[in-house]
Design a protein around this ligand. Structure first.
Ligand code: ASP
Length: 293
């Protein structure tokens, strides 16, 4: 059975096939591919885009969606996650999409259920569909010519599951990654790293991926204030000038902290395109794990 817990679960060939499907799904037409299937979503951590994106994807393929409301479920009455999982499993879903604040939960869940599990983000660990949609967005923009493209990842990299998944995936597809963050947001890595975002660095890049400061994962306040952080790391027009590049962000964006209003409105900012692509990628991922058993 095929699960999607990390980007490593799909080979390069599988990902290219996924992109082919996703490209077709960009027409946003409803399809019958998952008619008669039912998908359970269970999100223990807040989500705006990922949950609605998975549910839109499932419905566009004609699957039924059962959303488990965690605040009302028995987890809040002390039931263990695995008893909850066993009960969900007994309802025989075709797939389960799970998000959890603790790394490793989707993998453990996959061992306890009889259907594919898709990871909607676990702690600081992984967010595979986000990285797949990010690479898809880059792939579409550069018409498949992605090898050697330089990607600057800026922000709270150490605490970001989006960064983790992207580093694995983009490196595998031959993109060059440069990390830019203050020392306390920098993971231990052999990738090129800089503690300051400057124009020279930006001049050499094709893609800037900005990330949100993951304040909910910090034990204590790390930066003096978000304004101090913004002075050093916000993507502004002054920094990018008229350079030919694209700007990505997984959302939620801290406006004028991660990216300035002006840059968000610039046509080089593909943030909303990422959201559109996210539905198509999740349609392709659901189709794959459910139909290619
Ligand atoms: N939405 C992304 C995530 O769930 C990024 C973020 O929250 O900053 O990891």
């Amino acid at each position: 059975m095929k699960h999607l817990i990390t980007t490593k679960d799909f080979s390069k060939e599988e990902i290219l096939a996924l992109f082919k499907d996703a490209k077709e799904f960009l027409d946003e037409k409803p399809r019958e591919l998952l008619k008669g299937k039912s998908i359970t979503t269970i999100f223990f951590e807040n989500s705006t885009r990922t949950l609605s994106s998975f549910e839109t994807a499932a419905k566009r393929l004609n699957a039924k969606v059962l959303r488990l409301d965690v605040s009302r479920s028995s987890s809040s009455k002390g039931e263990t996650l695995f008893d909850t999982a066993a009960n969900l499993d007994a309802m025989n879903p075709s797939a389960i999409v799970v998000r959890h604040q603790h790394s490793g939960v989707p993998l453990s869940l996959a061992k306890h259920v009889h259907c594919p599990v898709l990871n909607g983000g676990d702690g600081k660990h992984a967010h595979p569909t986000q990285a797949l949609l990010d690479l898809f967005t880059i792939y579409e923009h550069f018409k498949g010519d992605v090898r050697g493209k330089k990607v600057i990842i800026v922000g709270d990299i150490k605490n970001s599951r989006v960064a983790n998944s992207n580093i694995e995936l983009l490196t595998r597809f031959g993109l060059e990654i440069i990390l830019v963050a203050p020392p306390h947001f920098m993971p231990k890595t052999s990738l090129k790293q800089f503690y300051k975002l400057d124009k020279n660095l930006i001049k050499q890049s094709d893609v800037i991926m900005s990330l949100r400061t993951q304040t909910e994962r910090h034990q204590k306040q790390i930066y003096g204030s978000l304004k101090d952080y913004a002075n050093d790391f916000c993507i502004t027009k002054d920094l990018i000038e008229d350079q030919k590049l694209i700007i990505l962000h997984p959302g939620p964006v801290h406006r004028n902290v991660d990216i300035s209003d002006e840059v968000l409105a610039d046509e080089r900012s593909l943030v909303l395109k990422q959201v559109k692509h996210g539905v198509a990628i999740r349609m392709a991922a659901l189709k794959k794990v459910i139909l290619e058993q």
